[in-house]
Design a protein around this ligand. Structure first.
Ligand code: SAH
Length: 435
């Protein structure tokens, strides 16, 4: 039968749902009679959906392919802010379950014809009267079309209990609307041959129901509803999302480490004479590479610079001002140790890397996060990240004796002078509010 249509009829039915989802952007979607989860697997890519649930009476069918709904590696490597939970239940649409109430969209694709007419009544009561979703898409075979299906004798499937004409489907749909407060648009997929369209309609007839009265109506039903739980949860998965604090931390750490290393290398390249002239934070300038010009976008006034660096920095750094730009010089340039650690101010990281600023929200949040990271070494005042200058220094990393001496190495890095953004660049947000 199916090769009559291009794309295949079952694909057209699923595409109908997907087009609806693209237009209406429902957050909670329930697929009744989900079978092997074919539709759900397509819907999971529509990340406006936050809760995607499938229900089928046949647990064996669900279990066959349900693991195909799991996140793939890119979902973990590049998690988005979108949230998605997928749940699959075994149960009958003729029974109520409070967990499936209040969805934005319920789909029932080629399901009702598998029910007895008495069960269709229960289906109507459960779906429209109890679950009360905002929209329902019901598809079912249109028996007016059957004469065009070559070789068909009887129903289209051995398990079908009935196949309705368009008039029968319309009559059921109108009754549901009157009884439960919905309106319906009747349409379908699978075009009849030219010249026959008016007479026979679509191969699969579809009713798109919308609840009258919007959200208030759901609340009205909510109060009277029974809290029944008759379905068995077979599968549940939560997709990685930046709303999860642990994931956010991990992604943020990757960015921070990447950028801090990048800035360090840039500075080392400058130090060794391999100057990189791309627009960056600081560029070696002045005599013997001792002085560094701070990028204008990172240094505002001497007062703000001083405030950000703190008293400790003031004693270590010799600041001068020339033509409105800030300069500073290392106080102990002759020391062998001074090159061992490079300090990358958090304010610089925050300004440099858009992802770091978006993920952390503010420099103070960034500091709080990094303080808890075992692999990260911060300067004593917590304003800069300390990185080993050379690989072999890694062994010294956990040596507490080094701590004091490395804190004095804060002044190693030219980035220290560019360690702050204009005050307006750091929004006054608090960390909790950002997750
Ligand atoms: N919706 C799917 C499959 C349709 S086949 C698709 O679009 O391809 C009908 C499905 O309904 C079957 O998987 C069957 O197990 C399921 N089904 C039949 N009676 C049911 C009931 N009472 N409650 C829930 N699911 C039922």
């Amino acid at each position: 039968m199916e090769p009559m249509f291009t794309p295949a009829l079952h694909r057209q039915r699923h595409q109908f749902v997907i087009d609806f989802v693209k237009r209406k952007k429902p957050k909670k979607v329930l697929d009744l009679g989900c079978c092997e989860c074919v539709l759900l697997k397509q819907l999971k890519f529509h990340r406006e959906i936050e809760l995607l649930v499938g229900l089928d009476i046949d647990g064996v069918q669900i279990k066959k392919k349900m693991h195909g709904l799991a996140p793939i590696s890119t979902d973990y490597l590049q998690p988005s802010y979108d949230q998605l939970r997928i749940e699959l239940y075994q149960g009958s649409v003729t029974e109520k379950d409070a967990r499936l109430r209040g969805f934005d969209l319920v789909t029932s694709i080629e399901l009702i014809e598998h029910l007895t007419l008495a069960d269709v009544e229960l289906f109507s009561e459960v779906v429209f009267g109890y679950l009360t979703p905002e929209a329902v898409i019901v598809s079912t075979p249109n028996s007016d079309f059957n004469p065009f299906l070559p070789g068909l004798v009887g129903f289209r499937h051995i398990d079908h209990k009935f196949e309705w004409t368009r008039a029968e489907f319309k009559s059921w749909a109108m009754k549901v609307c009157l009884q439960y407060g919905y309106e319906v648009e009747l349409t379908g997929v699978g075009q009849a041959p030219p010249g026959q369209r008016e007479r026979v309609g679509f191969c699969s007839q579809i009713g798109v129901f919308h609840r009258l009265g919007g959200k208030e109506r759901y609340n009205m039903f909510d109060e009277d509803a029974e809290d029944v739980f008759s379905y068995t949860l077979l599968y549940s998965i939560i997709y990685p999302s930046l709303h999860d604090n642990n994931i956010l931390r991990r992604v943020l750490m990757c960015e921070v480490v990447y950028w801090a290393e990048k800035l360090k290398r840039r500075w080392i390249a400058e130090e060794t004479g391999e100057r990189d002239d791309t627009d960056y934070l600081c560029q070696a300038e002045g005599e013997g590479g001792e002085c560094f010009r701070a990028s204008e976008r990172h240094v505002d006034t001497e007062e703000t610079q001083t405030a950000a660096c703190g008293a400790e920095m003031k004693t270590l750094v010799d600041q001068e001002e020339e033509d409105g730009e800030l300069f500073w010089r290392h106080s102990q340039p002759d020391s062998d140790k001074w090159r061992r650690r490079v300090s990358v101010p958090l304010a610089v990281l925050w300004c440099c890397c858009p992802k770091v600023s978006v993920l952390s929200g503010s420099v103070s949040n960034l500091r709080l996060l990094l303080m808890d990271e075992p692999g990260v070494k911060l300067s004593q005042d917590g304003s800069a990240m300390l990185l080993n200058h050379q690989e072999q220094d890694l062994d010294d990393d956990d040596d507490d004796d080094d701590e004091e001496e490395h804190c004095a190495d804060l002044e190693d890095s030219p980035y220290a002078e560019a360690r702050q953004c204009p005050p307006s660049a750091e929004p006054e947000e608090d960390w909790e509010a950002n997750v």
